[in-house]
Write a protein that binds this ligand. Sequence first.
Ligand code: PMP
Length: 449
Amino acid sequence: MDRTYLIKPALDEEYPVIDFGKGVYLYDMEGKKYLDGASGAVTANIGHGVEEIIQAMKKQAGQVSFVYRSQFTSRPAEELAEKIAMAMPGDLNWSFFVNSGSEATETAMKIAIQYWQEKGRSMKTKILSRWVSYHGITLGALSMSGHPGRRSRFIPLLADFPVISPPYCYRCPFNKEPSSCGLECAEELDLAIRRIGADSIAAFIAEPVVGASGGAITPPKGYYKAIRRICDEHGILFIADEVMTGFGRTGKMLALEHWEVTPDIVSLGKGMGAGYAPIAAALVSEKVMLPIRNGSGTIMSGHTLSANPQSCAAALAVMEYLEKNKVLSRVEENGVYLRNLLEKMKASYPFIGNIRGMGLLLGVEFVADPATKTSFPRSLNFTGSIVKLAQEAGLLLYPAAAGLDGVSGDAVILSPPLTINKRELEELVRLFRRVLDKAGRELVPQNGG
Ligand code: PMP
């Protein structure tokens, strides 16, 4: 190929061409093997080339791949919605299928606004969110996202902006330690609602564990109970963006289950189709559906490929695979195993500032000085270089922004397929160590050097 016609993230770079994938590995056309330590972008949750999914998709393709949702429903869409309703906590019984995480959070936002309209409260349209967050690239989802790097070009077009601080314990915005923590970061939501006025607010949205913009930032224990209480006290809905954390990534169908909290609306994506098909969803509780069903009787949103039978068949097969192989029950144990391996190596790398996360969604934040938590200069592009070194070494990592401003810090996410075994986890850490050894020699500015 002497030129490309495909727009890829870095226009002038050459990308390896992947030939095939099997289990936790991808193989490129040159025969190079990559351990998928990030499941792509926290997506390939059951690994690559799983025969059951391939067969289910073939079968569906042999029947029908597309029907238009305004004319028909389909068996896989109905079955998937039912299976999800059974697997989800509380009264999260309704699924609105879309094709990407961004569409899922946009849909969630619109449903929240419509809910209040149906109840005669049409002034309640604002969606509050946190800094150091990511909810998607479309303009509505980006408006809610506290990701300065992704927002900056479009600021004049964005409708809203995040208002509260992230629950970022390593860099507590309130300078607290775990022993002195009074969940100030959650209480800030109460203050923000009182300042802005609950009469104009439809919902608050948060990622249970912050992904792309923070590197698996995990809030303290009582955090979401406090958030749920504050939302209820002020009469605003709570939307959980579980695009990255949902479908088993943390060992439960929803990460919020770890905090024993049920949201009103949930966005799902990524692991739902596990990369086999583009599919995502807004899950809606009975409470939110009731005034809509009694009112206009329809939700004002949708896409041509919503509830696409082919994608639904893939997601259904993924769910069946998770159940049959009891995948979720292994996530916690595997997560603890990986975390312990990482904690053990931490002492050898003074530029590892913090290891965090939950289940098989772990983040490693890098710092120039662990005593002061000072980040590396931006010009170093530390995260980008680590990810590149890793790819060269045959290990795939997911780059994340970090820092209280969402731009000044460096982090990577380790999120291998949930089906990974212990030997493969050890290999992942061996490769990661090799990458960090090289980074220590080549990237970290040497004292007095
Ligand atoms: N929400 C969260 C929490 C995400 O992590 C992402 C993707 N990184 C999105 C929304 C957007 O999903 P998509 O890229 O599929 O549009």
